[in-house]
Design a protein. Structure first.
Length: 274
């Protein structure tokens, strides 16, 4: 445990009494935010075992930031903002392409090669190299997005900030998330996986193998799977209803993920667009 980590944990024990007048606490918290902004620390990552480890002290620093900062006015071109957090800057030096209408909060990390169409990235989020955040997509607080990912238009990646030990949404390298999909509450999409348009994924939604009908997991689409939004019939005393699920319709080899023509054809066969 680093000295900074110890200090953050000590300040967090007294979070209820923190105010913007606490200069020492703010200094420590701002240092963590600066390190988040530059990718020197992160909220969570995948261990060699495949498990997601959460660095709670980093999340605690983000939570304290909202208590240690008051509302301020920011002017960006013709726009005026009133918030406790400023926006990320210096995109050219970072090697990030940002289209007008896009914004990212300071304390998020954007790797070289990231493209932000008119979209939004919140504090604590990590976006890997060469990832596309497409038009009107949102990357919520602390979400961990891998390299070479495509978040299609209107995708919603939910934020997970509290409690500090809560696992954020994780989208692994080379994944493709179809338009208007919603991935929330710490759900996870595996490496190279493809989600068809409109897929809803959270930890309570079952992921089912279309070939066997067996439940694979809850809230996790495994590596190199093609999955689509679906529903399954359930009978209740009040009648018959359909509950949401995610259906794995194909398991791919690694190279198949990058054959866009074959992928689009496969999704069309199941009546799903990208």
């Amino acid at each position: 445990m680093s000295t900074l980590e110890q200090r953050i944990n000590n300040w967090f024990d007294d979070i209820a009494s923190l105010t913007p007048d606490n200069v020492e606490a703010r200094r420590d918290v701002e240092l963590v935010i600066a390190q988040l902004d530059d990718g020197l620390v992160r909220v969570a990552e995948i261990e060699d075992s495949g498990a997601v480890v959460v660095y709670e002290w980093v999340k605690r620093a983000i939570l304290m930031l909202f208590r240690l900062r008051g509302l301020e006015k920011f002017e960006v071109g013709p726009f005026e903002y009133v918030d406790k957090l400023d926006l990320k800057t210096d995109f050219q030096r970072r090697g990030v392409r940002v289209v007008p209408g896009a914004s990212a909060r300071r304390g998020s990390f954007l790797s070289p090669g990231v493209i932000l169409m008119p979209s939004y990235v919140n504090i604590g989020a990590w976006v890997g190299a060469n990832t596309m955040v497409d038009t009107w997509a949102t990357v919520g607080s602390c979400a961990q997005i891998g390299a070479n990912v495509h978040l299609s238009g209107g995708v919603g990646i939910g934020g997970v900030l509290e409690p500090p030990n809560a696992v954020p949404v994780v989208i692994e390298d080379d994944a493709f998330i179809g338009s208007r999909s919603m991935i929330v509450d710490g759900a996870r999409v595996g490496r190279g996986a493809v989600l068809g348009a409109g897929t809803i994924l959270n930890p309570s939604i079952p992921v089912i193998d279309a070939e066997t009908g067996e439940e694979i997991s809850r809230g996790y689409v495994p590596d190199y799977c093609v999955a689509v939004n679906a529903s399954r019939r359930r009978e209740y005393p009040g009648g018959e209803f359909f509950l949401p699920c995610v259906l794995v319709v194909r398991r791919m080899e690694e190279g198949e993920r990058h054959n866009k023509t074959a992928l689009n054809s496969l999704l069309r066969d199941h009546g799903i667009a990208t």
